[in-house]
Design a protein around this ligand. Sequence first.
Ligand code: 6PG
Length: 234
Amino acid sequence: MTVIVHENAEELASATADRLAAALASAQAARGTASAVLTGGRTGNAVLAALRSATLDWSSLDIYWGDERFLPAGDPERNETQAREALLDHVPVSPARVHPMAPSDGEFGDDPDAAAEAYAVLLHDVASFDVCLLGVGEEGHTASVFPHSPAVAETARAVVAVRDCPKPPPTRVSLTLPTIRRAERVWLMTAGAAKAEAVAAALGGADEAELPAAGARGRQETLWLVDKAAAGEY
Ligand code: 6PG
C-alpha cells in the first residue's frame, strides 16, 4: 500500500490523470488493450476531465464502473452520465467497449438485483482490470460498499444491489470488495480534510467491515492518492 500526497485537489486530479494515462498506455503496449473501472464522485470525475488531453488508443480501452446510482438513463446523478460529460463524450472510445451498469428504466426495469446480476454475468469473462479507480467516503465507504452493510460482507456475488444507501441516491449497484480485488491496480483517490479520519483509519489497518476502503487492494498495486488535507491525520 503506497500513499502519494499532492498539494491540493487540483494537482491530485491532474497528476492522477497523467498516472492513469501512463498505466493504460503501458497495458496497451504490452497486450494491445487495457481496461479501467471508473468511480463516481468529485475526485473521480475531476480525474476523468483531466484525462481528456491524454494520448491513448481510446478504441482499445474497456470501460467499466465500480458502482452506479440506480436511476433512469441520462439522469445527471448517474456516474455514467457524469463520466460521459467529463471524458467519454470527448474522446474516441469504442461504444461497444463502454460497459455501464443498467439504468432503472432499462431492460431490467426498476430491479437493481437484476441489474447487478447482469453486470456480474458481464464481468464473468473479465479476468482482471488494469486499473480500478475508487473514491472514499468520510465514513470509509468505497464504490457503494458502506460500513457494516450487506455489501461489505458479500463474498458470493460479484456485483450487488445496494438499498437505503447513506449517501444519496439510496439505491445503487456496486462491485463487491472481492471483485475490486481482481484489479491489478487499485487506486483510492480522495481530497479534503473531511476524509482525513477515514484515510488515517484505512492506512492504520482498520477492518474492512468497519472501513470498506481498507479492503480495496490490487493484485500488484494499491495506491492511496490524496491531497495534503486528506492526509492530515495520517
Ligand atoms: C458514488 C461514488 C462514491 C464516491 C465517494 C467519494 O457513486 O458516489 O462511487 O464511492 O466516489 O463517495 O465521493 P467524493 O470524491 O465526491 O467525495
